[in-house]
Design a protein around this ligand. Structure first.
Ligand code: NAD
Length: 341
């Protein structure tokens, strides 16, 4: 029988909690280490899920993890500012890397991480999980098959719920690199094209976010060589649940992916129709995508299969996020000159 892939998971917050559960349920994975500042939380998880043989430590003791030959891969789910150092150290110590988005807010750091992955011949997977959502990947497939003919517009509405903590937002890398990168990556992946220019407007309705010099609401327009116009409407707020929509309009029709309800129950009365609330957050709305993303990564680790989310796509998404920030600061359209061919 083939050996399971031993993994270490860094960070057991919102993202890490999703990935630890998917790792536990995955027959090909053995969770060898949990690493978090909050060691008691690691111990609670180990006890609750009977993870005999799983060890835990704080970030000060990570050399124990990198020296452990039973660890073939690491999942980096700690705050964004910790990613670069962890990615580089993991690769230097012979471990494959699954890293939550963004790899880094810095373009240079992102490139260096991928260069190291290439040099060490180890996969570096940036978790743009929406690509692995069944509805979104079905739309991408239909666009590849040219089902809509000439494309006119692509629109996303991405309203986050609930508002993350102010501590999270302070270390998030900013609204565009933290949030909008999901929509940017998804649009470029579906169209198989990168915009030649962007124009973005943004504001901070929340004074605490304004004081961080960040934004919480934005509209981004993207112009593509093919003539397609992309529009991203994005917000940190949505009081009614996780509002995620996608719409593509082309010559022969339209493709949409709508927000999802917690279940499909509908009640009809004299007053009208009632549904259940929307799925509350990313963990429920994109649950399948996280499972599929992890499978893709483990396939790459075990079989050497090439990853579609690569240096070129991740670097370009980061360059587009930078261009959005520049557009807001200059109040003008920004042409993008990509550094990667
Ligand atoms: N793909 C997605 O849908 C998605 C969703 C949420 C967050 N994320 C990304 O995941 C990352 C984490 O976000 P989050 O929302 O889970 O944050 P979080 O604040 O909820 O959790 C971070 C965890 O990391 C721990 N930690 C801090 N420093 C650490 C270190 N050096 N080593 C190990 N653990 C450390 C913290 O104690 C905390 O438990 C961010 O990069 C974020 O952009 C991605």
């Amino acid at each position: 029988m083939s050996k399971k892939t031993g993994v270490a998971i860094f960070g057991l917050g919102r993202a890490g909690s999703i990935h630890i559960m998917n790792c536990i349920k995955n027959f090909r994975i053995q969770v060898v280490w949990l690493i978090d500042v909050d060691l008691d939380h690691c111990k609670e998880i180990i006890n609750k899920y009977c993870l005999d043989g799983t060890r835990c430590c704080t970030p000060n003791e990570t050399q124990l993890v990198f020296d452990d030959e039973n660890v073939s891969a690491v999942l980096i789910c700690s705050p964004t500012f910790t990613h670069e150092n962890l990615v580089k150290t993991a690769l230097e110590n012979g471990k494959a890397v699954f890293c939550e988005k963004p790899i880094s807010k810095s373009l240079q750091a992102t490139k260096e991480c991928y260069d190291l992955s290439e040099k060490s011949k180890l996969p570096l997977f940036c978790s743009f999980n929406r690509r692995f959502d069944p509805s979104i990947s079905s739309i991408q497939e239909q666009i590849r098959q040219d089902n809509l003919g000439k494309l006119y517009t692509i629109r996303t509405c991405s309203r986050d719920c609930p508002l993350p903590s102010m501590d999270y937002l302070k270390s998030s890398g900013g609204f565009f690199h933290d949030c909008a990168v999901h929509d940017i990556d998804m649009i470029c992946w579906i169209l198989n094209e990168y915009p030649k220019s962007v124009f973005a407007v943004a504001t901070a309705h929340d004074s605490r976010i304004r004081e961080m010099n960040d934004w919480d609401t934005a509209v981004i327009t993207l112009k593509f060589d093919s003539g397609v116009i992309g529009v991203i409407e994005i917000s940190r707020f949505s009081e009614f649940g996780y509002d995620q929509r996608l719409e593509i309009h082309g010559k022969t029709g339209m493709l949409t992916s709508n927000f999802q309800f917690q279940d499909s129950t509908e009640s009809f009365t004299k007053s009208g129709k009632l549904s259940t609330p929307l799925k509350w957050s990313f963990n429920s709305r994109y649950a399948e995508s996280y499972v599929n993303a992890l499978e893709t990564f483990i396939d790459a680790v075990r079989t050497g299969k090439t990853l579609e989310i690569c240096k070129r796509s991740t670097v370009r998404v980061s360059e587009i996020a930078d261009a959005c920030e520049e557009s807001i600061k200059l109040s003008q359209l920004v042409e993008i000159h990509y550094s990667e061919d």
